[in-house]
Write a protein that binds this ligand. Structure first.
Ligand code: ZN
Length: 865
């Protein structure tokens, strides 16, 4: 049985809206079960549209009454369907009119966390992508932009909406947002909240009040997010010339939230996990996320809000660009090479995985059933890589000029990828039609390199191949920027970084080695070691026949830090694949690692990244790329063997690092201190695996911050400590965010054979609130993402457990259920037995009566041949 895939929407069918909106006025009479929303909307026929009926989106709304130009509508004057409301053109008074409506909605019954809902007594909204239609009847599409006035009536003390406050009294507040915006950027919050307040003065001299709103008791955990916000505001002024444009900027932290955060104009709403931090409760990694997500949402004010998307197919226009901007910001705020390596790790772990399976899609998709399913690693992370390539191709100066033109030309507009590329073509005179394939062809290109030397000449051959992906059997050659350098056999650089652009299936590039060596003041080399794809200049899989010996030279000497790390990474990957096939790790590799780890001239954060092993899923992916069927259980055991071997072989240098890198009693979340902890805790982990619990137990007892505490906790879990989980629980049971870590860590670090049983047990724990997305992700994601060997247990128990929970969650929160279903996207990698069991689980989900469009689309795509 093939599950039927839901109705699709196509980019090719885009039509401009029939009516535009000149102004919106909304009144909210808040009540948990029966909130009234009274709307007054000025419509005007779109000169670029086709006219006709007034069609408004609306879902789950009870219409109390409606009027046009003050004349009440009778039941025969409109048609209500599941999707919205229609007024026939003949009933409209002319080209411009005012629509008024009153609807009743049920925030308390809204478990999908989309539209207006309640979270612990606080009203809040989530409208992207199509949640506004659950609040009132409206043309809920991003190319309809309007200024909003909002009045909120409620007894709750804090009443917030977009824009500037214009009045407030007992039981009411009014807000005015002068900047035209699409409905997906609308937001409202009402609750018993307290503010961590500060201010910022823009380069234009505007004094902006800044507030981070949290529940009473959490106000002491906002300082870092505030600092990140102020730094983001300053950075956007310097790096992009963009200043903030309202008198107030509010951030609200919410416990029940489907994603990370949302860039609503002037009123960002955040998952509390990406706002609240104290040294005792948040890890260095949490601080890093807070910094980059605060930046990301703030940067949307220009890339997303002032210039928005014409339709949801253009999502990467705002998301890819905004991720690129937050990555630039983090690179400036911390270490650029470390940031680049982390971004590539993330890209490979999430986007390459997606691209290699049935969910592969274009950076700009061409069809969807449920747009929420396309907030993906491909749209976000690959979307950012595409902009990074553009940046590299045109250079920083032209990039800035193109962006200046983009903002000047498109401020207040809803745009497309064509508009975006046009500013680059105009500024640089380049033809970007081939480059545009990055937006319209899915799949990770494979780049292969080969070289030969003769008579002082080297010829480098670069070849590309783009694999077939669902719906795209044949691909054209793409524009691949390849940054490269050449080293001689001693590791001396004879060609400094150079950009080669591969825009055909194959190119051969000659290098005059004699001339290059002379220029570098070196003798003519006997052999050359190419350092290819420096800085990961394109999101491709590189196959290059660099020998192990040459990779050890790159690891020790490359001038490009990314490729230094990459050399170590590929050695480790190859070692692991070799061990899977019965081989062993070689001493030269350990020796090289030892030298690098002991090199105190290197950033400890960089050394920690070199020391980190590929994740189990990375190894499975690497196996798949080289045609080996991965066995998750064996991968887990092999990876553990290598960790223990590293602990033994590198024992003395790891012990030295552990002793030397203690940052002392006063915790700071900055990059320098975090780097020390990262390397020290990586050493602790390997030493615990090779030597036993003593050091980790002492580390746990001495920890004065969550980074150290969780490092010792997980190391102890890894060696089967049976009582540390109880101690952690007793200390933290009243802290929701810390308890998410408790659930997640135990399942992720369980022995694979015990993981499903433990997940089952923890899903019956009194603190397992499956209706809270963070907690659901902690437990179910702890298994699917945190413990792949447990999830892929040969019995199939993991698949059944996850399918049961996805079915249960789908009835309540389709968006999060669908998102988590991608745990199954890798099914084709595995052996026939596992494939059959995963397909059975998917079929069981597909057969559920009343399955959401979200989950039905995901399962249908994963199931498709
Ligand atoms: Zn975003």
């Amino acid at each position: 049985m093939q599950p039927s895939t839901p109705q699709q929407i196509h980019l090719a069918d885009y039509r401009p809206p029939a009516y535009l909106v000149d102004h919106v006025h909304l009144t909210f009479r808040l009540a948990p079960k029966g909130t009234r929303v009274i709307s007054r909307i000025r419509f005007r026929a779109n000169p670029a549209g086709t006219g006709g009926d007034l069609v408004l989106d609306g879902e789950g709304l009870r219409l109390i009454g409606a009027a046009i130009d003050g004349v009440a509508l009778g039941a025969g004057d409109y048609l209500i369907t599941q999707a919205g409301l229609r007024v026939a053109a003949a009933r409209l008074p002319g080209d411009a009119f005012t629509w008024e409506a009153e609807v009743a909605i049920d925030p308390e019954g809204n478990t999908a966390l989309e539209g207006l809902y309640l979270s612990k007594g606080m009203f809040c909204t989530q409208c992207e992508a199509e949640g506004f239609r659950k609040i009132t009847f409206y043309p809920d599409r991003p190319d309809v932009m309007a200024p909003f006035d909002v009045r909120i009536e409620s007894d709750l003390p804090v009443l917030l909406s977009n824009g500037n406050p214009v009045g407030q009294g007992a039981g009411w507040a009014e807000w005015h947002d002068p900047w035209p915006k699409p409905a997906y950027l609308f937001a409202l919050v009402a609750g018993d909240l307290v503010a961590h307040a500060d201010s910022f003065t823009t380069m234009e001299g505007r004094a902006v009040a800044l507030n981070i709103w949290v529940r009473p008791g959490d106000e002491g955990k906002c300082a870092y997010a505030m600092d990140a916000l102020q730094r983001s505001m300053a950075w956007d002024e310097t790096a992009y010339g963009r200043a903030y444009d309202l008198d107030i900027f509010n951030i609200v932290a919410v416990d029940d939230f489907n994603m990370g955060a949302m860039e609503n104009k002037g009123l960002n709403i955040f998952n509390s996990k990406f706002v609240l931090a104290s040294p005792e409760t948040a890890t260095d990694r949490d601080y890093e996320f807070i910094e980059s997500i605060v930046a990301h949402e703030y940067f949307h004010n220009w890339t997303g809000n002032r210039v928005t998307c014409r339709d949801w197919f253009q999502l990467c226009l705002k998301e890819g660009l905004t991720v690129f901007r937050d990555q630039q910001f983090s690179a400036d705020a911390r270490s650029a090479p470390v940031q680049r390596i982390s971004d590539v790790l993330q890209l490979r772990a999430r986007q390459f995985r997606e691209d290699a399976g049935p969910l592969a899609h274009n950076v700009r998709p061409e069809a969807y059933a449920e747009i929420n399913n396309f907030y993906t690693a491909t749209v976000y992370e690959k979307g950012a890589e595409v902009i990074g390539m553009l940046h590299r191709l045109v250079g920083a100066q032209a990039y800035r000029a193109a962006l200046d033109l983009y903002f000047a030309r498109h401020d207040g507009q809803a745009c497309t990828i064509e508009d975006w590329l046009a500013v680059f073509s105009e500024v640089t005179g380049r033809d970007l039609s081939q480059f545009k394939l990055w937006y319209t062809q899915a799949g990770t290109p494979r780049l292969s390199a080969a070289w030969s030397m003769a008579e002082g000449q080297m010829h480098l051959t670069l070849r590309q191949e783009v694999p077939a992906t669902p719906g795209q059997p044949h691909k054209s050659p793409m524009v691949i920027p390849v940054a490269l350098g050449l080293l001689d056999q001693t590791g001396a650089e004879i060609l400094p970084e150079t950009l080669v652009v591969l825009d055909q299936a194959e190119v051969v590039i000659p290098f005059d080695l004699a001339a290059l060596a002379a220029e570098a003041g070196r003798p003519l080399p006997e052999a050359v070691i190419p350092s290819l794809l420096r800085g990961f200049s394109a999101p491709v899989i590189l196959d290059a026949p660099v020998s192990r010996a040459d990779r050890l030279v790159l690891l020790a000497h490359d001038t490009d830090p990314f490729n230094r790390w990459e050399a170590g990474r590929s050695l480790m990957r190859e070692t692991l694949l070799g061990m899977l096939l019965g081989g062993a790790a070689d001493q030269a590799f350990f020796a090289a690692m030892g030298r690098l780890l002991a090199d105190d001239s290197l950033d400890p954060a960089f050394r920690a990244l070199v020391l980190a092993l590929p994740s189990e899923d990375d190894i499975a992916q690497a196996a798949q790329e080289s045609g080996i069927v991965p066995d998750p259980v064996m991968i887990h055991a092999t990876r553990r063997d290598l960790q223990v071997a590293m602990g033994v072989a590198l024992g003395s240098v790891l012990t030295q690092l552990y002793d030397a890198l203690d940052p002392g009693p006063s915790y700071r979340p900055d990059a320098a201190q975090a780097a020390q902890r990262a390397l020290r805790n990586a050493a602790l982990h390997l030493l615990t695996l090779s030597e036993g619990p003593t050091r980790a137990q002492a580390h746990y007892d001495a920890a004065n911050n969550m980074t150290d505490e969780i490092a010792a906790f997980t190391a102890l879990l890894d060696i089967g400590d049976s009582d540390v989980a109880g101690r952690f629980h007793d200390r933290w049971q009243d802290d929701r965010l810390v308890m998410d870590k408790w659930f997640m860590a135990q399942i992720s670090h369980a022995a694979p054979g015990d993981a499903v049983a433990l997940a089952r047990r923890l899903s019956a724990h009194p603190l397992f609130d499956w209706t809270n997305p963070n907690r659901f992700r902690a437990v179910i994601g702890g298994l699917t993402a945190g413990n792949p060997a447990g999830f892929h247990d040969p019995s199939g128990a993991g698949y059944g457990f996850v399918a049961d929970w996805l079915i249960r969650l789908d009835a309540r929160n389709p968006q999060t259920a669908a998102r988590m279903s991608s745990a199954f996207e890798t099914w084709r990698r595995y052996d026939a037995d596992r494939q059959a069991m995963i397909l059975a689980a998917l079929d069981r989900i597909a057969a559920q009566p009343g399955l959401s469009r979200d989950l039905a689309e995901m399962v249908g795509r994963m199931r498709a041949a």
